[in-house]
Write a protein that binds this ligand. Sequence first.
Ligand SMILES: [Zn+2]
Length: 402
Amino acid sequence: MRKTKNFSDLDSVHAKQLQVLNFVREKDNCTRTEIAEALDIDKKTVSTLVRDLSNKLLIESAGYKDSQVGRRQEILRLNGAHSNFIGIDLGATHVIGILVNLRGEVVDRVYFEIRPQLPVKLILEQMKTVCQTLIKSQRATAEIPSIGLCVPGFVNPDTGISVIAENIPGWRDVRIREIFEQEQGKPVYVEDCSRAAGFAERWLGEGKQAKDFLTLDLGYGIGMSLFLNRELYTGSGYKAGEIGHSVVKLDGTECTCGKRGCLETVASGRGIARQAASGIAEKRSELLERLTHGKCETVTAHDVAIAASMNDEYSVALLREAGRYIGAATANAVNLLDPQLLILGGGLVNAGSILIDSIKESLKQYTMMGIAEDIEIRVSKLGVDSSALGIALIAMDRIFCP
Ligand SMILES: [Zn+2]
């Protein structure tokens, strides 16, 4: 049976309770003694605060652990049954919707493939369908107080306007928050896809323990999120992280942003597909030609990855070259920011070890000595759902920072 929850209750979570709640969120499993020590609050007060938060269904028991001082200690964690949140990720080629509980565990998922050439109105309709499917999900375990939407390109989380998505023709100044708030009657939060993906890494992925880390979002476009001192860095106008538009080839091919020689022109899913199409037209890969039935304009980075896994020389070289450029551009960011961790994420990571190894090699080559030795590189385990997951976590954030 579904538990119900009165969300006006959230207003009554006061500062001390919030402190405990956020500690439990950060630590995941912890005891009252650990809370008391970390927050410098006496044990009796901690017990009262924990009881209040349990009564509000925000935290729950996750069993007991033996204590050296005798009594068994209760392990506390966030209560997944408190509420569910929707996260919808609009990519250039997909709409992914995810329903998560307060612990960030996936309750339901919807996936739609779309063509980037679709009219804006139809894309919005697809997003609304995904949202509606999750609102009505039979798998929901609690009420859904808020919704998160992430879109590529420039997004202003304050105004809720998606200013521009270079990879979706015609997508300009879409009042995405207003549209969904009017339709659903719930608070809606918007963010850029790459920043949302970084948010997921921060709470559920490889960035859980890191103070300063960068997450590369390698997909149809290329973005980056920056977590500096545990905080998401957005820039002064929410435009930070556009590494895909850093120039790697002076006077190179024209990019969707209007400049020339951007990283995306040679190494994004779109850039790889564009080069592969030329390769097929120039008869440089029989296998790619077969995979696309000779229709070179339909080739995708996924086809290139398949051909590369079958040792197609042209495709292997294409992925290696893409990795080389990604590594070089990322090395510039690493030299500038000296993060402790770099996470490689996004759908292109599935292209496999040829691309990943090439990125790592190139990073090592172009990052300054003294920085290169210290940085740890990890591949995201969150897969293609990372942005949807991250934006659902952003939608839930008001519970922890009202
Ligand atoms: Zn560009």
